[in-house]
Design a binder for this molecule. Structure first.
Ligand code: GCU
Length: 697
């Protein structure tokens, strides 16, 4: 069995091409490589060479001869003599640190148009990291171009300065909201030694351009609090070195109450001098051990975690305390804005959880240190299948911000159901906030182009564990891949990303790859169509968050309600009659969301409480939409299964069966959602299905 059939190689080169002609076409570029760089054994340049040579061997069986010369990060593949004739501008163009340029030159044709031969390729990086990204781009080209190399001049630089992954791993080896086994980093409250898994993960992340990782859960419990103590710092350093080889800067999630838990102080008040001094000394100790550490991720005053509120201080006080301690070492504080009252009384209709982040943070604009970045979830609630964009994003022009996504499918099928999230993330990234005039899109803000941010970008909660295929559901790998590709370039289209991943995983132009691409692109709308309707969210089993439970959160303390009664459903968040949440948006969006007639269908119940007979833009009533889409969603999954069965001979057996079993599980889940949701609303509303399908009265 090949490694890719178990999935451990994921989208990296693993299987030899079957088509000898394809190998022949690449051969002129792959037999000779000249590398120019100051090679450091533990640097990203060394990894770049290793990846290139290893990848070529895997895919083609060829073993390139390697010549190493001094110089700036540059690779010449194929004939160096011909490459020397390459135009001067291309060779000297100044490049940003993470950028690369790749020129592939085909030989001038002497009548051999049908099978042009490659002559040389030049790959230059703005730094060793840039070169590493370029190598992975070249391997991706090799894997996705069925007919061999093509003449090309590619110049790429990442759009987002920070492209970060957050692990929610605990030191006992568990992963919060993990759906693919245990942690690859920890077991029994210890950091595991260097392993193929950890190196493999660093390779996967670097291959899609990720440049930062936080390695422990944002909920920092007792053992993880000790990651910043002398007993564990040498192990932290070891881990950081592994990621460093792949150009990835490591962060730790820190416990705001560490001065109490580790330092024996009786307060963590951010304005207390002893507390400030404790953090300053701690930072000195940490950076003596791990000088390259990126900094801290902090979840404070959120879901029972400690924070500055305990001392009557605000979040600028809290974040600045840590920022001042890290500043001398170039460290950054990623301060999360997921702050809301998780002890709400469901009887209290005036409190709206969606308002919370904006209400807590907006007025603090301008008070945060330059090395603080606010990390804001993409929606105002919590990674639901459909939410509007958080109104806080872009609303603080003088405060660095990153948007946080969730690759782990906590509310989107838990890597049991397929749900390709790239289209969902693109919807957020493309959203125009209008906060600095038209064109103030989330992606422009994240890229630091709208406000004078000194640090910005995107972060996401990881979906990997120690399962062989990394992500539980094999197809969930596409989400990790897709997040990296979008973080690099948010303008990439979803179908391009789905096609790349499918080709790299199932072979270029194969029937399996084509079907998987199609399935991925359909999967978010399908998942949405059988779960909670029209943006209202939740309706999941409390705590667990997978299966249906329409009233599971309805009378709870979490602030997550749908307010369905016998006449209608939805949350009135308007300024006119509701919680006023709509008022947190710029006028252009406010006007749309405020009006039930203007509000997009898919978010209607997020913003409005409407009768079941309300007619949507689609022409259907709300109740009929609920019935129709739940039936359609469940049917669609059945159709996927039928089509996948037809492809049995097209994928290796193990992966074929794995995907089949998962799809069958998804069909059961969709059926249960369909019947529970439809029955619930039929019983509430008493309105029958126009098409008289089965409802359980
Ligand atoms: C969700 C999730 C928690 C997580 C939290 C967070 O609420 O269910 O497990 O800790 O998000 O983002 O901090």
């Amino acid at each position: 069995m090949t490694s890719s059939s178990r999935g451990s190689a994921a989208w990296l080169p693993a299987d030899r091409w079957q088509d000898p002609e394809r190998i022949e076409r690449w051969r002129p570029l792959l037999e000779r490589i000249e590398a120019r760089m100051e090679l450091r054994p533990e640097g990203p340049g060394a990894s770049a060479l290793q990846e290139l040579v290893g990848g070529i061997k895997m895919l083609t069986g060829l073993s390139p001869s390697l010549t190493l010369k001094a110089g700036s990060p540059l690779l010449i593949l194929g004939s160096p003599e011909s490459a020397a004739r390459s135009s001067g501008e291309w060779n000297t163009l100044p490049l940003a640190e993470e950028a690369y340029v790749l020129r592939i030159k085909m030989a001038d044709e002497d009548g051999n148009q049908a099978c042009p031969k490659a002559e040389y390729a030049i790959l230059r990086g703005g730094s060793e990291r840039g070169l590493l990204y370029g190598v992975f781009a070249l391997l991706r080209l090799m894997g996705t171009q069925p007919h061999g190399p093509r003449e090309s001049d590619i110049a790429e630089a990442p759009r987002n300065p920070l492209r970060m992954i957050d692990q929610w791993d605990n030191m006992d080896g568990s992963v919060e909201r993990g759906y693919s086994g245990g942690s690859i980093f920890y077991r029994d409250n210890r950091i595991l030694p260097e392993s193929d898994r950890i190196i493999g993960y660093a390779r996967l992340l670097a291959s899609v351009g990720i440049n930062a990782i936080s390695v422990n859960n944002v909920n920092v419990h007792r053992e993880e609090t000790k990651l910043i103590t002398s007993s564990l710092l040498p192990d932290v350093k070891r881990l950081s070195d592994i990621f460093g080889r792949y150009g990835i800067r490591m962060f730790l999630s820190a416990n705001y109450a560490a001065p109490l838990e580790l330092g024996g102080l009786d307060t963590a008040d951010p304005l207390n001098e002893d507390v400030k001094q404790w953090w300053r000394r701690k930072a000195e100790e940490i950076y003596a051990a791990v000088p390259e550490l990126g900094g801290f991720v902090v979840k404070a005053d959120s879901e029972n975690r400690p924070g500055p509120f305990t001392y009557g201080r605000d979040h600028a006080d809290g974040a600045n305390l840590l920022a001042d301690a890290l500043a001398p070492y170039g460290g950054t504080v990623m301060w999360r804005c997921f702050v809301y009252d998780c002890h709400q009384d469901w009887r209290d209709r005036s409190t709206d959880r969606a308002r919370a982040a904006y209400d807590h943070f907006r007025d603090l604009d301008g008070r945060f240190r330059d090395n603080v970045i606010l990390q804001i979830k993409n929606g105002p609630m919590d990674f639901q299948v459909r939410e509007p964009v958080s109104p806080l994003f872009g609303a603080m022009p003088q405060t660095n911000q990153v948007m946080e996504f969730q690759i782990a499918q906590e509310y989107t099928g838990q890597q049991r159901d397929v749900c390709f999230l790239v289209p969902q993330w693109k919807k957020s990234l493309d959203f125009d906030t209008f906060l600095n005039g038209a064109g103030s899109t989330v992606k422009q803000i994240a890229a630091g182009k709208v406000h004078p941010f000194t640090r910005s970008g995107v972060a996401a909660v990881s979906n990997i564990g120690d399962d062989d295929n990394w992500t539980g559901h094999h197809l969930a790998q596409a989400n990790l891949f897709g997040f990296g590709r979008l973080a690099w370039n948010p303008d990439l289209e979803s179908d391009v990303i789905a096609a790349e991943w499918s080709a790299l995983t199932f072979g270029v132009d194969t029937p399996a790859a084509k079907f998987v691409e199609e399935l991925l692109l359909e999967s978010w709308p399908v998942y949405e169509s059988y779960t909670a309707p029209l943006g209202v969210g939740w309706m999941v089993q409390p705590h667990y968050h997978y299966a249906v439970d329409v009233d599971g959160y309805e009378y709870s303390k979490w602030g997550t309600y749908h307010f369905a009664d016998r006449t209608g459903i939805g949350v009135d968040r308007t300024m006119a009659t509701g919680t006023g949440y709509v008022g947190q948006y710029a006028a252009e969006n406010r006007d749309i969301y405020e009006s039930p007639a203007e509000c997009p269908d898919e978010l209607l119940l997020f913003f409005h409480h409407v009768p079941y007979t309300h007619v949507l833009k689609s022409g259907k009533t709300v109740i009929q939409h609920i019935y129709d889409s739940r039936f359609e969603g469940a049917e669609k999954v059945e159709r996927w299964i039928a089509r996948w069965r037809e492809l049995e001979s097209e994928a290796d057996h193990e992966r074929f069966l794995h995907i089949l079993r998962r799809l069958e599980g998804q069909a059961e889940n969709a059926k249960q959602w369909r019947d529970v949701v439809n029955t619930y609303f039929y019983r509430k509303s008493g309105i029958p299905d126009e098409r008289e399908r089965m409802l359980y009265a």
